[in-house]
Ligand binder design. Structure first.
Ligand code: ATP
Length: 233
């Protein structure tokens, strides 16, 4: 279980969130500027929260009261951020193998398997600048999973894909998550992602959780205009 309590000021926004992530993925939804991406950055260690208690299994990642802080590379997090994140000087295969465990040979083999999974093997030898946005997004997904993470943080991981590829890879990602015991938090603006992953929804507005529950529960009794619009009511 990943247990999170964070409080962090971001300019005008006071982010204050508590959530738990077990086997079932959590879909983080909310309007632009609600604090979703920032929450993922606080979880992966890319930013240090003003006050937090973040515990993953028996590892304490941050405990402000005890001045405990664990660096990002110690957290075994697979992070798919918004925007480009591949190393420009490495080719696709090397990028995906970079964080993978085992010998160099193992890491390359594992990288190949995950590139195959996200239908990205064809451009294994290319450099990131030779990829389209959607191709790069698939490589970043492969890289996140090749690192064998305990926690997967996905920031709109399918947003750059064309509609047909998105449908196929959404199913693939859902299968991967159900096969592997990875605590997953996914930011999405698409209720179909939530449905495919069977995710628990956490709706964030103005840095606070305004509603949580299954997609069906939110659809039946949306507490805000955003949740109603998101769920298609
Ligand atoms: N480093 C920072 N310093 C100050 N303010 C920040 C910083 N990073 C983000 N913010 C502000 O915090 C708020 C939340 O931003 P964040 O990117 O987390 O929103 P989001 O919910 O992910 O939005 P979107 O759906 O557009 O991706 C925004 O108002 C943003 O301007």
């Amino acid at each position: 279980m990943l247990r999170v309590e964070v409080a962090h000021r971001l300019g005008e926004l006071e982010l204050e969130v508590a959530l738990e992530v077990g086997r079932r993925p959590v879909a983080l939804i909310g309007p632009n500027g609600a604090g979703k991406s920032s929450l993922l950055k606080l979880l992966c260690g890319g930013m240090r929260a003003d006050r937090a208690r973040i515990v993953c299994g028996d590892e304490v990642w941050q405990e402000s009261a005890a001045k405990i802080w664990s660096a990002p590379h110690l957290r075994r997090v697979g992070y798919v951020p918004q925007g480009p994140s591949l190393f420009p000087h490495l080719n696709v295969l090397e990028n995906v193998a970079f964080g993978a465990p085992g010998t160099a040979k193992d890491a390359r083999r594992r990288a190949g398997v995950w590139l195959e999974c996200f239908e990205a093997s064809d451009w294994a030898g290319r450099r990131p600048h030779e990829l389209s946005g959607g191709q790069a997004q698939r490589v970043v997904l492969a890289r996140a999973l090749a690192s064998e993470p305990r926690v997967l943080l996905l920031d709109e991981p399918l947003s750059a894909l064309d509609a047909i590829t998105r449908r196929r890879l959404r199913r693939r990602l859902a299968e991967v998550l159900s096969e592997h015991a990875i605590h997953t938090v996914m930011v999405t603006h698409d209720w179909r992602d939530v449905e495919a992953m069977g995710a628990q929804v956490v709706a964030l507005e103005g840095g606070r959780v305004v509603q949580r529950g299954s997609l069906e529960a939110l659809r039946q009794a949306p507490q805000t205009a955003f949740v109603a619009e998101f769920t298609g009511v």
